[in-house]
Design a protein around this ligand. Structure first.
Ligand SMILES: O=P(O)(O)OP(=O)(O)OP(=O)(O)OC[C@H]1O[C@@H](n2cnc3c(O)ncnc32)[C@H](O)[C@@H]1O
Ligand SMILES: [Mg+2]
Length: 201
């Protein structure tokens, strides 16, 4: 495999995929390279459903193998929210800062030991004429009471990784890409995916 197409318009995700795949000699293209392709509506109720909707739509459109990533932050004290609504938690404008503010407000007064949560990522791989296959990854953490660090994207500044004693946004890209939910899902994909998976459509 020399090139992969990742069906994402999120530049933070795109950078992580580029870094991880380029280290393996694989070129990454994302939907940022295809500005004419419109947003795919994420009508599913699970990460898996949404990842499949994105990969199948774009694979059909381009006639090539496509990988999609649906991901988000699940917070126990909020019954799993923002979950699949992570990108648009504070509204359709998809603003990371507004989303973080909303989570911090909702968690006001919740003690540290109850601020558990996890990032989840489901990767879906679609090839024309074949069944879509999926790979999931997760990364456990605690939700901080204020922002720390400036690396990464999305909710990284308020996600505390206990093993590192740092916020995700305080880790450099290599460190994040060793432990993240996305890294875990990519690892599973590498270990289990061959282009013959999902043989019949
Ligand atoms: O659908 P695409 O085009 O890929 O881009 P998106 O931003 O809409 O992506 P999702 O629908 O999968 O929503 C994921 C949201 O979850 C959050 N998220 C996912 N992975 C993250 C990570 O590694 N660090 C911080 N936040 C993350 C972030 O707010 C994302 O916008
Ligand atoms: Mg999305």
């Amino acid at each position: 495999m020399e090139e992969v197409i990742i069906a994402t318009k999120n530049s933070g995700k795109a950078k992580e995929f580029e870094r991880i795949f380029q280290a393996k000699g694989i070129q990454v293209k994302t939907l940022l390279d295809f500005p004419e392709i419109e947003d795919v509506e994420e009508t599913g109720t699970t990460f898996e459903e949404n990842a499949k909707i994105k990969s199948e739509t774009i694979a059909n459109l381009l006639g090539k193998m496509v990988i999609a990533d649906d991901s988000g932050l699940e917070i126990d004290a909020l019954d799993g929210r923002p979950g699949v609504y992570s990108a648009r938690y504070a509204g359709q404008q998809k603003n990371d800062e507004d989303n973080i503010d909303k989570v911090l407000t909702e968690l006001k007064g919740i003690p540290n030991n109850e601020r558990t949560g996890r990032f989840r990522c489901v990767l879906a791989v679609s090839q024309p004429g074949k069944k879509t296959v999926t790979f999931a990854g997760a990364c456990e953490g605690l939700i901080l009471t204020e922002r720390r660090g400036t690396n990464g994207f999305g909710y990284d500044p308020i996600f505390f990784v206990e093993a590192k004693q740092k916020a995700m946004a305080e880790l450099n890209p290599e460190e994040k890409n060793k432990i993240s939910h996305r890294a875990m899902a990519i690892k599973k994909l590498e270990e289990n995916f061959t282009p013959n998976n999902g043989a019949e459509s």
